[in-house]
Design a binder for this molecule. Sequence first.
Ligand code: ADP
Ligand code: MG
Length: 412
Amino acid sequence: MKFEEYRISSDIKRSLAEKGFKKPTDIQYKAIPNILKGEDVLAIAQTGTGKTAAFAIPVINILHSNPPSRFTKGSVRALVMVPTHELAQQIAEVFKEIAKYTKLRILALFGSTDQDPQIAAFQKGVDILVTTPGRMFDLRSQGYIDFSGTEFLILDEADRMLDMGFYKDIEDVLRYLPKKRQTLYFSATIDEKIKKLAYSIVKNPIRIQISPDDPISKNISHSVVLVEMDDKRFFLERFINQNADKKLVVFVRTKVRADRVVAAMERVGIKTESIHSGKTHLERKDTMRRLKSGELMVLIATDVSARGVDIPNVDFVINYDLPEEAENYVHRIGRTGRGMQKGKALSFCSTEEKPMLDAIEDYIGHSIATQKLADMDYQETLIFSDADQKTFKDVFKEIAEFEKLNLKKKKK
Ligand code: ADP
Ligand code: MG
């Protein structure tokens, strides 16, 4: 069935056609009718399978078809909660595109930006608020936001939002929201504990799960290569040089390591940028813009960018370090192979990271193809690194000087 044939507003069909969305993806096909019917939904589908539009289309349709008689100050009709700035911005953008021919007011809200324009937006009330928890609580406690008439609560990356770090926030939000509302959960991963939590918040949600046996998108081919910790930067350098025209996202364990990798690549003439929680909102925004446009081809990222971020045409994801939380393997490699595209992922695993690899394989339910580089190939990578060539030059210089010295000695 095409979007053309859906019982949704022609204003939405028009923007979907402009976006090039003709047919729903599997998750959209299953979730949209249930949401339109007013059901609570818990939806699990692989990365890059169009979960955003799966909730945005029906929510926009419902809000657009039933405009309120008047807006009250600070009112929010749909509250979408996400874990990061980038996601708040991106998801609000998708809502805006799909709602382009409606009058719905959509606002992205997150911290470390000027709050005045955000307060001004609330004066008139908003239809759809896409937010991370922090700033939203701030503005609410200052009396700028009123959730008493909110019709939808949507948790994207739901398992993350219900996990320890955010659960207290969600509990608080639930206290402000009306009991009678529609609740939607979307994620690529969920475990039993979180599922129970989700069920405890709403009764009998419709549960939709696409391809439950494999959490990894079928568009992604992924493998592991055994590389020792100290050698990783040489392998990354070689990989980037061999794939100079490709777009890469490289995940590392900490922000300090992210900046170190950027510096190491700079030393061998490779331009990269890092994104992590230590960067300002503006820096993160600029880096993402350059990566999206293709001006930047290699991003070094921590797990803040693992979830949900939709960057066009990422050819490879490299796990420079394995993720500490097994489910993040799924989210990280899910930055490639989005929509109809194919993607590849390669993980560098050192001897000390083997237990993490085991945990990941346990989590995804199957083993990952492992390449063991032949000794020759491994040595070659180390020798042909630009960084090493520099020290090689030094060594040659030393040898030359040594020989000169010897020559002099002999002459005597
Ligand atoms: P998810 O949240 O499942 O990881 P997104 O919602 O970010 O995935 O969508 C992934 C990509 O697929 C986006 O670039 C989006 O524009 C594209 N997409 C979504 N739905 C469709 C569709 N029906 N037809 C074509 N492309 C789509
Ligand atoms: Mg998503």
